[in-house]
Design a binder for this molecule. Structure first.
Ligand SMILES: [Zn+2]
Ligand SMILES: [Zn+2]
Length: 400
């Protein structure tokens, strides 16, 4: 008698610590303040709020500041307590927060864009404020003088921006699915390269300066790991989401990637394993296993009096095969396929149970995530949802 196969219950899961739920609108960006039981949030409801944990165990605002327009994005530098907030009207406003997080002093305003600021990034080492907007401009300003230093025109809206301090490279992910690498100088920039691997918008970027690896997440549900430091052009796909990828964070101490999607899924990827690139799909006029012609191969269909078949591809070897020769499904975790995909019969035989051991864990945040932030010193994760709720999670059971 065949034993019933039950999926192993996930014994180690993120622990929900707290919920913050009094925003009138969606919180577009929120961050955990390191070394402090606090959260900074900016919202479509035009507010900047600093939440501190009270003796009751609940988070209450110590600062509640209303801005002239919806707040679309934010960058917080804990060392200088500098908060840069991008708004719907194209302006970036900067504040310095007091040591006890009870006061906020306006520092500077940048008229950075025509239209919504989509990403803002303060780089302390350069004293630069990088930003992108709905006007498809990437600009950088000097945070000391407030003057604009440079401008670069992107081909589409930008939703992911990362900066490598050591080499002054900026990574720009846009709505065309493209990632552009630029080298920034004080007042000019040069295009280094562009690469494209996604079929949808790039929605998130995450740069790991230690391994020199860039992760890109997309509305096509996939994540690609671009090995830039390896110089071999390796690009590895990670398929573990059923919806738009909305956020990516890398935990360097444990070499784990945390990703989230708009269906509420949180996936923790073990990046300490040697992963393989997916093969190129081969082209053939007939099945590369049984040699039956594919439907456009009229000559062979006529000669051998056979019915043409539909072409499929084995995800492991890339061969063009018919449905009959690729009826089986398997996960291939080391190729990034954490979900079952089509494989040919011979590949199915070659995949061992060991090969099928998952390299990621899957969790449900139970809200549609719009933004995510990971704080490595406490091991806490913040998720902001379309339900206007911020959730704080202890990730140490799974990121360790
Ligand atoms: Zn076949
Ligand atoms: Zn195969």
């Amino acid at each position: 008698m065949a034993a019933e196969i039950q999926p192993k219950p996930q014994t180690r899961t993120p622990v929900l610590l707290n919920k913050i739920e009094s925003s009138q609108d969606v919180v577009n960006t929120a961050v955990i303040i390191p070394k402090e039981d606090g959260v900074i949030s900016v919202s479509d409801d035009r507010t900047i709020r600093i939440w501190l944990k009270r003796d009751s165990g609940q988070y209450w605002p110590s600062i509640y500041h209303t801005m002239p327009a919806s707040c679309s994005c934010m960058s917080f530098n804990p060392e200088t307590r500098r908060l840069s907030v991008g708004m719907e009207n194209g302006t970036i406003s900067e504040f310095i927060l007091s040591e006890d997080y009870n006061q906020m002093t306006p520092e500077r305003t940048y008229e950075a864009h025509q239209g919504k600021v989509t990403v803002v990034l303060f780089v302390l080492e350069m004293e630069w404020v990088l930003s992108t907007g709905q006007d498809k401009n990437l600009t950088w300003h000097c945070s000391e003088s407030g003057t604009q230093l440079g401008l670069y025109r992107t081909i589409a809206w930008v939703s992911g921006l990362q900066f490598d301090v050591e080499t002054r490279h900026v990574f720009v992910g846009d709505h065309s699915g493209q990632v552009t690498i630029l080298k920034l100088e004080q007042d000019s920039c040069s295009l280094v390269t562009t690469f494209k691997g996604h079929t949808g918008n790039v929605t998130a970027l995450c740069w790991d300066p230690a391994q020199r690896v860039l992760f890109s997440g997309s509305s096509d549900h996939s994540i690609i790991m671009w090995d830039i430091g390896g110089r071999k052009g390796t690009a590895i796909e990670l398929q573990g989401h059923n919806d738009k990828v909305q956020g990516l964070c890398y935990a360097p101490h444990t070499r784990q990637l945390i990703s989230c999607s708009s269906d509420g899924g949180i996936v923790i990827w073990n990046m300490d394993v040697t992963r393989q690139e997916t093969p190129e799909w081969l082209d053939s006029d007939s099945c590369q296993k049984c040699e039956q012609p594919f439907f456009w191969n009229f000559k062979q269909m006529w000669d051998s009096k056979k019915i043409g078949l539909r072409q499929h591809h084995c995800r492991k070897c890339g061969q063009a095969v018919c449905g009959k020769c690729s009826a089986k499904r398997s996960t291939i975790p080391l190729m990034g396929f954490e979900f079952e995909v089509r494989v040919c019969d011979s590949c199915h035989e070659s995949i061992t149970d060991e090969d099928r051991a998952p390299t990621a864990t899957f969790h449900d945040s139970k809200h549609s995530i719009v933004y995510m932030h990971y704080e490595p010193t406490t091991g806490w994760l913040l998720t902001s949802g379309a339900d206007k709720v911020i959730k704080l999670w202890d990730m140490t059971p799974v990121v360790s």
